[in-house]
Design a protein around this ligand. Structure first.
Ligand code: R1P
Ligand code: URA
Length: 291
């Protein structure tokens, strides 16, 4: 049995995990992930009761009962680098024995649902629409650091995409991963099934040009025209690829749902998007409570 060293599985003095500051036992099997720490209270407002709270840096968590089901809401901050921390630490809380520092024989399969915001890149998507990322395209490279990456990625799609876009060798290899079938089915009637890019930035990596031009100004056009087995890219966000990929490797059920707040084709933006996000939260909690 492999014993995981103190420098690898870092446990704080109070028995909580290094970044999230949650202790084993404080995590529910159903976890809502939000980028914005401020969105944690927006989710927790639907909880009937609160069992515990934890906070460190951008990682804020509340565990409680929601519509009769135990759930945790956890903020991740922005970016797939943070998802690396959050998903590994949530998995450790569920599946590693902190006393013996060994993997538990019986694994817990977590349900991880990210509720975020995104930019729509097809003209029919409107501000306020909800997109479920059936496929996430990671431009961030995180999954490429993990053994087993090829087993969970669509390699044919990767090849087609690299050829279609003339993908620069200066960029990290993109990876294509699917969300949980079970969660896609659960949310099918309330979301648009999409193909989402998780970008490693908000500006040039999503084709935005303020004072610095993207290296390839034609990349967004090539992304929009890419078609694979009848699917086209629908939206940009910044975390879903790592969430889907790491969850596939670790054996968790994960999905990303995002509210469209920017329409990149019509060049429109709604900065007053909180009511749309609130609708997404309520719908998602109700559905997850019924699972
Ligand atoms: C960028 O503004 C942030 O918003 C989106 C992106 O993925 C990125 O994290 O999601 P959240 O609203 O969940 O943070
Ligand atoms: N989040 C993103 O990552 N991109 C957008 O355009 C809007 C929200």
């Amino acid at each position: 049995m492999r014993i995981i060293a103190p420098s690898e599985l870092i446990i704080n003095g109070d028995g909580s995990i290094f970044h999230l500051h949650l202790k084993p036992g404080q995590l529910a099997d159903t976890v809502i992930l939000v980028g914005d720490p401020g969105r944690v209270e927006q989710v927790a407002a639907y909880f009937d009761s609160v069992e515990c709270r934890a906070e460190n840096r951008e990682f804020v968590a509340v565990t409680g009962e929601c519509f009769g089901k135990r759930m945790t809401v956890q903020s991740t901050g922005i970016g797939t680098d943070n998802i690396d921390i959050v998903v590994n630490e949530l998995d450790a809380l569920a599946n590693i024995d902190f006393e013996t520092r060994t993997e538990k024989a019986e694994k817990t399969r977590l349900t991880l649902v990210r509720l975020g915001t995104c930019g729509g890149i097809q003209p029919e998507l409107r501000i306020g629409d909800l997109v479920l990322s059936r496929i996430s395209a990671g431009f961030d490279g995180l999954l490429n650091f993990y053994k087993g990456r090829n087993a969970v990625c669509d390699l044919e799609m990767e090849q087609d995409f690299v050829e279609h876009t003339g993908w620069s060798r200066l960029l990290t290899a993109p990876y294509f991963v699917r969300c949980s079938d079970r969660l896609a089915e659960l949310f099918a009637d309330r979301t648009v099934e999409g193909m989402t890019i998780s970008a490693p930035g908000f500006y040039a990596p999503q084709g935005r040009f303020l004072r610095l031009s993207p290296a390839d100004p034609s990349l967004n056009g090539k992304i929009e025209s890419f078609e694979y087995r009848g699917r086209r890219f629908t939206n940009f966000e910044m975390e879903g690829s790592a969430l889907a990929g790491l969850s596939l490797l670790l054996g968790h059920d994960a999905a990303t749902i995002c509210t469209v707040i920017a329409q990149r084709v019509a060049l429109e933006m709604d900065t007053d998007y909180r009511p749309f996000v609130d609708k997404m939260i309520k719908m998602s909690l109700e559905k997850l409570a019924g699972l």
